[in-house]
Design a protein around this ligand. Structure first.
Ligand SMILES: *Cc1c(COP(=O)(O)O)cnc(C)c1O
Length: 413
């Protein structure tokens, strides 16, 4: 099956009971067993089945299997948010005292997570500049448990040289984890570039429509977990072999930390996945059209979009992405005041903080998502007072260009 077909036909057994074409939503906290022996066998892990919805739910499982088959992965674990996905992964791969190699300029929530909760849990970040190879080598020489980066950084817009970072990580025997939120299936193929684990905020492009929050951890199948050196994977590998990461995520971290996703939300993410390949093309085409329009305007200081030939990340993006460059771009005006006036003058684009919505959203990062960041963190992510971030929707690109043009005329005459 090819890409579009897999998106809608990955799930073969949506409803074995009645043949419903989409997975039924199982709203039940617990699952009844006639025979106490049966429940005991499930608890002992001797049979597969459902016990309690924090541990596993048929709708959630259907979505996980469908997504995993869609992207030809080893397996996937769905959780309540993108942040829960990152947190769960950190606790599956490392413990107190572990070092983790982190790229600079990550999503603000990820930076805040490592700066706060994870630092208190004893997990030490070692930062590297994803565009500077010696800095990656230096971070990896410090005995880290894994490498974490974003394929396109949000909102820095940089694209690292993924293949060489993957080679280096694997030489050190550590997995490469990529936050693929900005680069969902259709834009980036993790396996082709040595990515061992893909994490997604489902909230954005996969779910689409800007409805519900959710996260996903995908084991792409490249990494041999029997060779991983840290607990709790080492113990799990003796039981679960190549499925050790999925085993630890499910049986230890997600279940016990309570990161489970609601079956209703899993259902909505499943629906989003079916139309993702069509929607993501329109997001990307619109983003390119609008970024090209802005690049020609005299009023702006700069524009960053990896799909622009003039962008510093263009050549890496061409080697790394599947011919589409994502739905997000940033551009700079001269001051915060100009940014506020510009956002106020737009009629179609909406001042909303998330990304990946069907409609176009714009924010001023310095006063919102980066308001609590240090000067160094802002520099790492390229945040200035004049920067605006645009998440381009699936409207007609002509309407979006008109909206931006009218805003320029209103403010600058
Ligand atoms: C939004 C986002 C997250 C966090 O996802 P939530 O679903 O909001 O928890 C993580 N990484 C990136 C790149 C994001 O854009």
């Amino acid at each position: 099956m090819r890409f579009l077909t897999r998106a809608v036909r990955s799930l073969r057994d949506a409803d074995p009971a009645w043949g419903a074409s989409v997975p039924p939503v199982y709203f039940s906290a617990g699952f009844e067993k006639e025979d106490p022996e049966e429940l005991a066998r499930l608890f002992a892990g001797k049979d597969a089945g459902f016990i309690y919805s924090r541990i596993g739910n048929p709708t959630v499982s259907a979505f996980e299997r469908a997504f995993s088959s869609f992207v030809s992965a080893r397996g996937a674990v769905a959780v309540s948010s993108g942040m829960a996905a990152i947190t769960a992964l950190v606790f599956a791969l490392s413990s107190s005292g572990s070092k983790v190699a982190l790229s600079r300029g990550l999503f603000s929530g990820t930076i805040a997570l490592f700066r706060g909760v994870l630092r208190r849990a004893g997990i030490v970040p070692v930062f590297f500049d994803p565009l500077d190879f010696p800095s990656v080598e230096k971070a990896l020489s410090e005995g880290v448990d894994f490498v974490f980066l974003e394929v396109i950084s949000n909102p820095g817009m940089g694209v690292p040289h993924m293949d060489s970072i993957a080679v280096l990580s694997h030489e050190k025997g550590v997995p490469l984890v990529a936050d693929c939120t900005l680069t969902p299936p259709g834009v980036f193929s993790p396996q082709k570039h040595g990515v061992d684990i893909a994490v997604h905020s489902l909230t954005k492009y996969i779910s689409g429509n800007g409805t519900v929050v959710g996260g996903l951890i995908v084991d792409t199948g490249l990494f041999d977990w029997t060779k991983y050196k840290s607990e709790p994977i080492v113990s799990a590998a003796s039981k679960a072999g190549e499925f050790a990461l999925l085993y630890v995520l499910r049986k230890d971290v997600v279940q016990n930390m309570g990161f489970s996703i609601s079956p209703m939300h899993a259902f909505l993410h499943y629906l989003g996945m079916e139309t993702l390949p069509l929607r993501i093309k329109q997001h990307c085409h619109n983003a390119l059209a609008l970024a090209e329009f802005l690049a020609e305007r005299d009023e702006i200081v700069s524009v960053r979009y990896p799909g622009l030939k003039s962008d510093p990340s263009y050549s890496h993006a061409c080697n790394t992405l599947d011919g589409l460059f994502g739905g997000l771009f940033t551009f700079e005006l001269k001051s915060k005041e100009e940014c506020y006036a510009f956002v106020g003058a737009l009629k179609l684009a909406r001042n909303i903080v998330n990304i990946g919505d069907s409609s176009t959203l714009i924010i001023h990062p310095a006063s919102t998502i980066y308001a609590d960041a240090s000067e160094e963190e802002k520099r790492g992510a390229g945040i200035t007072e004049g920067l605006l971030r645009v998440s381009v929707g699936i409207e007609d690109s002509e309407d979006l260009i008109e909206d931006f043009e009218n805003a320029f005329i209103k403010i600058y005459g």
